[in-house]
Ligand binder design. Structure first.
Ligand code: DON
Length: 311
């Protein structure tokens, strides 16, 4: 197949998936535990694939912004690796947790060292690392994601961030537990503040596919040709996405979709095919594990019909 045949095929499949999902009965529920997320129209569906040469193929509500939530944990991990590199792994592991994203149980048993950077405990340690590394971590993070997406319009959603902070008893408990094990160095409220703002970043499927292209491109930002992280750091982040990006459903995602990816309770999913593309999906209804019900289904249909899983 020529590259234009491949693009035509991707485009046909994405349009067919959009039609199929829109005809299927609604499954799952929109996240309601963070005030503000429950106001999202539940039956949005959007999908964007972007190839390394920045060809964009979109269908449905691909231009509707949504709350990235845990998807943003990949940005904070990338920035922390840039700041402290391998030292990071003294404070957070790289193993799947097999537990819910906000669970406290394992953390107590494992003496305050989170299993990986994507469960909430791990993402909170990463925020602590960023606060120690940068004078203005919130601004630094925003500038970094703005650079990746090539737009100064991207912003935190202050009202989502502040409302999450008010109901973040469990995240505060995780921070305090880790503080007791000396794995959090900064004040609890500063760590919680950065974490909630990180999760509140908003963008649409087209921007999301764009921001993740560097992970499909050996760490090189395709728009500027800048090396964001080394190929080895890129390998590590993709491996962690593959094994931990969907919490206690990571095995199921690998089995059904077969790409490194990351989900968020805003209903978004991003996945990458190394050396080929990044693909973003939005479908806000979640399954019991907090992952987008139809988002996983859509990606399964896509990698099956295009034979483009990594396996
Ligand atoms: O900490 C929380 O609960 C949210 N800000 C993020 C959770 C999330 O997106 C989990 N992913 N599926």
């Amino acid at each position: 197949m020529t590259s234009s045949d491949i693009i035509d095929n991707y485009s046909r499949q994405i349009n067919a998936i959009n039609d199929q999902i829109r005809k299927s009965p609604p499954m799952g529920k929109v996240a309601s535990y963070i005030p503000g997320l429950d106001r999202v129209p539940p039956d949005l569906f959007g999908m964007t694939l972007m190839t390394l040469d920045e060809t964009v193929i979109s269908a449905g509500d691909s231009k509707t912004p949504f709350s990235l939530q845990s998807i943003s944990k990949v940005f904070s991990l990338t920035l922390a690796l840039k700041a402290v590199d391998e030292e990071l792994w003294d404070r957070v592991g790289v193993e799947p947790s097999g537990n819910a994203f906000n669970s406290l149980i394992q953390l107590e048993l494992e003496k305050g060292k989170p299993r990986n950077p994507f469960i909430n405990a791990g993402a909170l340690v990463i925020c602590d690392v960023l606060i120690s590394a940068y004078d203005q971590p919130k601004q630094k993070l925003l500038e970094f994601v703005r650079f990746l997406v090539c737009s100064d319009e991207l912003s935190y959603n202050q009202s989502i961030a502040e409302s999450e902070k008010k109901s973040s008893y469990r995240n505060a408990a995780l921070i305090n537990l880790m503080k007791d094990f000396n794995n959090i160095k900064n004040p609890t409220d500063r760590v919680l503040d950065l974490y909630c703002y990180l999760c509140s970043l908003e963008m649409n499927c087209e921007s999301l596919a764009h921001t993740f292209l560097f992970l499909a491109n050996q760490g090189i930002h395709p728009s500027s040709n800048e090396q964001v992280i080394t190929p080895s750091q890129t390998k590590r982040i993709n491996a962690i996405m593959q094994l931990c990006g969907f919490y206690d459903e990571a095995g199921e995602f690998a089995y059904r979709v077969g790409l490194p990816g990351k989900s968020g309770v805003g209903g978004g999913i991003i996945a990458i095919k190394p050396c080929q593309y990044a693909i973003a999906v939005l479908s806000p209804r979640l399954n019991k594990r907090g992952n987008s019900y139809q988002g996983i289904h859509a990606l399964e249909l896509f990698t099956s019909s295009t034979a483009s899983s990594i396996f």
